[in-house]
Design a protein. Sequence first.
Lengths: 142, 433
Amino acid sequence: MSHAHDAAAHRAAVEAWFARARHLPDDALLIAVEHVLVRLWLRSARALGDAPLRVLFHTTTRRASARHPVLATVTADEHGPSLRALRAAPPGARADARALESLVTELLTVIGHLTAEVLTPALHEELASDDATAATAPEAAP
Amino acid sequence: MSPVATERAASERGCCTVLLELPRRAHDRGATVEGERLQALQAIGRALGRADDVGGAMDEVVAITSEVLPVRHVVVTTAAEPAAHASIWLPADERPPEAANALAHALRAHRYLAAPGGVIDVPPLVGPVGRPMAGAFLALPLAVADRPCFGVLLVECVEPPREIDLVFTSALAGELATAIERDASRRGVDERDAARVRQNVLAVVCHDLRSPLSVILLTIASAIKEPANADRRHRGRRDLERIRSSARRMAVLVEDLLDTASIEAGRLALSVVEVRVGELVAEANDEVRPLARARSIRLATRVAASVRPIRADGRRLHQALVNLLANAIKFTPAGGAVVTTVAPATGGAVLVSVRDTGPGIAEADRAHVFEPFWQLERTAHVGTGLGLFIARSIVEAHGGSIWVEPGRSAGATFSLLLPATPAPTGGAGLRGA
């Protein structure tokens, strides 16, 4: 598998997930993205451990925020990625779907690139099996 | 596997690269189980723990790694401002050193490095020396807990790695990161200790040499300035005594500093002859008697008749005893006493105890009293703080031991146990007679 192919595969997997989340309002989309990021984190941590993964996530946000500066507020701690700062931002200053898509794609790219794409199938499977609306469903209920 | 090429070069990024190239070998990957990898990691941990530094353990680490992971190269890059160097090991018959150098250059050019801010530079999609990466590179950050990334472990596998290989490599990165941090911490402590000792030496030299030197200069200046009348001649002898006393203080300090330098360099030489410790104690008491008299302190000695002569450096033991006695006198209030006892011990050894009636030594301080310059740091500059350190070094050079205990009611008791024949440790040199 070439890296160009990997990059296309990562984009396709992420686009498919975002296609399922397209109808979500901004607040719910942020929660859903945070949820799927945590899933990707937990799956990666099984192989990498928390400390290396935190560095890779930091690398991810650094690279993604070069194109979408608002992503610089995304952090990760021992529980995984957090979009708390984005959720607290005023509506006009929040990351749009394109920026969030870029963040998830970048995470897959960085992890894949530095780990010989060993985890790529498993991470794509996590994306494919994630119900993009599930994380927001309880909060959406009256 | 031995180093065949070492390259040192400046780098604008500042990196340190240790590159190890392994021979290809057949790996029965199906037979590799978790237990073997766990054992390999434990062996790697032991190898890193045994070595003085990570670089010294890398041959063994890579050899162990190659037993469980089909690796072609293992590269460790760490940020090491401002200089950069690459040390390269490879089997002599595998590739010429030029190829290894080219590999190191390529690795640096492709920046598998920790970047400022604790992130990893993700390199271009081409492997070293023009080889396609072919999904065979694992690049794991070197980081401990939540501290910033300071390096990268790069492993090129012979075959595309599996997740189990990634798990192992990530754990290996953790072991290396911990060991590298430990090295750095150790170096930092050594450097801080060296800086502290330098500062203390300077403080001692500045204070302890300046004071007697001032006395000498002022006394001479006064003698030159005053007319040579009868009164001046009368005071001449007293001035000369003052100059001699100050010069002696300076000489003692210089001797202490030179002895300390010799001890720390492991060059404390002993000239061993048969000596009677009771006689050495008596001579040491005679030497410090003027000091004790000036402070109205009583000196007493009790030597058991059954004490046998021992083989030792008499001059050095005398020096150690004088240092112990001078220390005891210094901390004993006027009207007190310093009592030295000499008794036989097992195997022809001799036990010497110097007991004073001073304020004693707090338990927390007892562990530090034999450290060089310690006293200087903890008191209002009473002496150089080298006497007890020198005494301990002399006793230990004989294979003996020295310790301090609180007195029964007050004061402190310094004891030293001297073997019948020296059993030197460390860098002490022996000359027999």
